[in-house]
Write a protein that binds this ligand. Structure first.
Ligand SMILES: Cc1cc2nc3c(=O)[nH]c(=O)nc-3n(C[C@H](O)[C@H](O)[C@H](O)COP(=O)(O)OP(=O)(O)OC[C@H]3O[C@@H](n4cnc5c(N)ncnc54)[C@H](O)[C@@H]3O)c2cc1C
Ligand code: FES
Length: 237
């Protein structure tokens, strides 16, 4: 059940090159892995969407990549600061899979530790753009890690796995080309997070859909956020 709470920051730890922001859980439900929360970013008008990374008892933890003013403000929070947190929001991963393989790219690692815990620690494959970024793989100790120019699709095992993935668009598109049933956590800029503003509208199968309510996790057989016709042509070729 989603709700908004003002919660205390318990700490911000470096998980290089990212930051792990830990807040008290208070009355918030951690939700299903892949769901997200809107976090108040001090000094910014709009909250920022963040996937839940870990849910230790009485805490919620978010892995934040400081890419702009909002995420930098979140990384600059200090123990005892208070922020508004709203969620859980959107659709998470479907967990009734037989042979899960988690795939992450860069900050797409964020929802995977909580997902891994929910699935009993399945195999995982992570790709990063540098060995410095790859230090964050410590959050998912069982993962096989590749660094550019090797990419996750270069080392993806043969068919027979249920892929659950989060990462940059080109990585997700490549995974879905290889396995159309993959579950992928998609991203779009979001303002409200609960369907009211249409700021996150993306074209899925020829229709405009709000990613915050129809995603962020999409199962691609029924909903592809890129051109359906070109995918079908490639698969037929
Ligand atoms: C459902 C969801 C879950 C997310 N989970 C995480 C997470 O766990 N950890 C994390 O670090 N980030 C996550 N993000 C992305 C994060 O919300 C954005 O990076 C953040 O809002 C950027 O805010 P900013 O003010 O720091 O930078 P801005 O100045 O707003 O943006 C910096 C750059 O990133 C682009 N950008 C901003 N938001 C998005 C977006 N959602 N998709 C694509 N490009 C964007 C902007 O166009 C700009 O080029 C998530 C996004 C979504 C939609
Ligand atoms: S973020 Fe407002 S409708 Fe999706």
């Amino acid at each position: 059940m989603r709700r908004q709470e003002r919660v205390s920051v318990l700490g911000v730890e470096a998980v290089r090159p990212y930051s792990l922001l830990r807040v008290e859980r208070a009355g918030l439900d951690p939700g299903v892995p892949g769901q997200f929360f809107m976090l108040e970013a001090p000094g910014r008008l709009l909250p920022r969407p963040m996937s839940l990374c870990l849910a230790p008892p009485r805490e919620l933890a978010f892995l934040v990549d400081p890419v702009g003013p909002g995420t930098r403000a979140l990384c600059a929070l200090e123990r005892g600061d208070r922020i508004a947190v709203f969620g859980p929001l959107g659709n998470g991963f479907q967990l009734d899979v037989e042979r899960p393989l988690l795939v992450g790219g860069g900050i797409g690692l964020a929802p995977l530790p909580y997902l891994s815990e929910a699935l009993g620690g399945p195999p995982a494959l992570l790709g990063f753009r540098s060995s410095g970024h790859a230090e964050a793989a410590a959050l998912l100790p069982q993962a096989e890690v590749v660094v550019d120019p090797v990419v996750v699709t270069d080392v993806l095992p043969a068919d027979g796995w249920d892929l659950l993935a989060c990462g940059p668009e080109p990585m997700l598109e490549a995974l879905v080309r290889l396995q159309p049933t993959a579950q992928v956590a998609w991203e779009a800029p979001m303002a409200c997070g609960f369907g009211a503003c249409y700021g996150c509208a993306v074209e899925i199968g020829g229709e405009w859909r709000r990613l915050c309510v129809d995603g962020p996790v999409l199962t691609c057989l029924g909903a592809r956020p890129w051109d359906q016709a070109s995918l079908d042509e490639e698969q037929a070729a």
